[in-house]
Write a protein that binds this ligand. Structure first.
Ligand code: FMN
Length: 179
């Protein structure tokens, strides 16, 4: 692939990363899941601390229990799989940034693999329950998950065209000075 084509292809993937919450439970290929986890592993982090463990959940009972505990991440119920980010609790500001980077990278890698994804936020009151479901010890934070799967018909239909769901470039970019 020529450099221009590769750049255009990567930008196309980045622009097409969208939340798809209506997912099908049918299993995803192991190779695609491995590629997504590998992309997550290579995420950069502050001081290269890599303050994460990625828990890949495919067990349907566990997915349903997570959805029940954290309804804001209810899309995980019908997902084929979810990756739960279990984070260290030291240096919380840096770690929060790292968590966002890793979560986004999982979504990007999924999109590149032709797999839909949706971020889920586990609110504070639900974290102990989700941590217990996954056997996460005290002192580690369970806040972000990414649901993965192929979209249902509704899931495939509901998204707007790439580029129409964001503020225009002229609104979000300034050159040389803010004001
Ligand atoms: C920090 C953060 C938390 C989010 N939490 C949730 C969530 O709990 N449930 C959900 O369905 N989407 C969640 N989202 C996804 C956003 O709602 C979504 O990215 C945004 O509305 C843009 O929509 P799009 O991804 O389809 O373009 C979260 C996104 C971020 C960045």
């Amino acid at each position: 692939m020529a450099d221009d084509d590769r750049a255009a292809d990567m930008i196309r993937v980045l622009r097409s990363v969208r939340s798809v919450r209506d997912l099908r439970p049918d299993p995803l290929p192991d190779a695609a899941l491995a590629a997504i986890l590998e992309a997550a592993r290579w995420t950069g982090s502050g001081m290269n601390r890599q303050p994460w463990t990625f828990v890949l959940v495919r067990d349907r009972t566990t997915l349903a229990a997570i959805a029940a505990a954290a309804p804001s991440a209810g899309h995980v119920r019908n997902a084929a799989a979810a990756i739960i980010l279990v984070m260290d609790s030291e240096m919380p500001e840096l770690t929060t940034f790292d968590e966002g980077r890793a979560a986004e990278r999982i979504c990007i890698a999924a999109t590149a693999e032709g797999i839909a994804s949706a971020l889920g936020w586990v609110p504070p009151h639900a974290r102990p329950a989700v941590a217990a479901l996954l056997g996460v010890p005290e002192g580690r934070r369970v806040r972000t998950l990414v649901s993965l799967g192929h979209p249902t018909e509704a899931g495939a239909r509901t998204k707007s065209e790439p580029g129409t769901a964001r503020r225009p470039l002229a609104d979000v970019v300034r050159y040389d000075r803010y004001g």
